[in-house]
Design a binder for this molecule. Sequence first.
Ligand SMILES: Nc1ncnc2c1ncn2[C@@H]1O[C@H](COP(=O)(O)OP(=O)(O)OP(=O)(O)O)[C@@H](O)[C@H]1O
Length: 294
Amino acid sequence: MTRDQASGLRMMNQPNNDKVKVIAVSGGKGGVGKTSVSINTAVALAEKGKRVLVLDADLGLANVDVMLGIRAEKNLSHVLSGDAELDDIIVREVTKGIGIVPATSGTQAMVELTQAQHAGLIRAFSEMRTQFDILIVDTAAGISDMVLSFSRASQDVLIVVCDEPTSITDAYALIKILSREHGVFHFKIVANMVRSLREGMELFAKLSKVTDRFLDVALELVATVPFDENLRKSVRKQKLVVEAFPKSPSAIAYHGLANKIMTWPIPQQPGGHLEFFVERLVQRKPTEEDRASE
Ligand SMILES: Nc1ncnc2c1ncn2[C@@H]1O[C@H](COP(=O)(O)OP(=O)(O)OP(=O)(O)O)[C@@H](O)[C@H]1O
């Protein structure tokens, strides 16, 4: 770590960034509902008085853009190159209490960031003036280094699954690589697009059966989101279901998840969790060369 990075991390010992909870939303497979979970839960948390930042680590702002009819001129890549500050790229017009950090363009892996970009990322977080309580990271599909870095760095990892063989196998592959190579052993499962609570529990049981058999991990079912036509209807209105149809089954489920999140412990280490998050985010996996020089 360079001197710049270390001093950037020390700067995070400020009340501004104290006690931030960081949650990654992953899933392995695309289209399982990660963005819907991230953004609706963020709004539900905001309605309960939390200040929430959603870091869109998916490709572009495509999903959120389409969902909400917003367009971002600058994104995380401008922050990494030093052309913008995090505070300046946050999209705030979505709904009161939440801000969105648009994704970096392309799929550049966090582990492939240059030294200057590493320092830029740490500086960007440490200098952030925006105050928030919860950071939700909406990761991309797949098991790219970027997805792994964000999941490894977060305090809680939510895995969204639906009842399709490919969703279950992709979620399993993600859990396997996170546990075997990145030291993540606890996963909070969201069963999405299910027809009943029972179907949600069966889906969770299917996934747990394989993880129990082959991996040393702990899974917890934290939400069952019903299949809900209102979700698609609200997208057509460029609104979120929690706002457009607050009494619909999925909105109730997102609120239930938000209530649970409010009970999860907040990190107590000095500087809150943001320092830890950024430190882990930019950590490289040791290379053969590193090992040889040890
Ligand atoms: N519970 C649900 N009921 C019905 N439709 C849903 C539900 N959850 C998500 N969807 C729909 O499924 C589609 C994919 O959802 P979403 O974009 O949230 O998934 P994603 O995992 O973020 O996808 P991607 O990997 O492409 O970013 C959207 O059209 C969304 O409206």
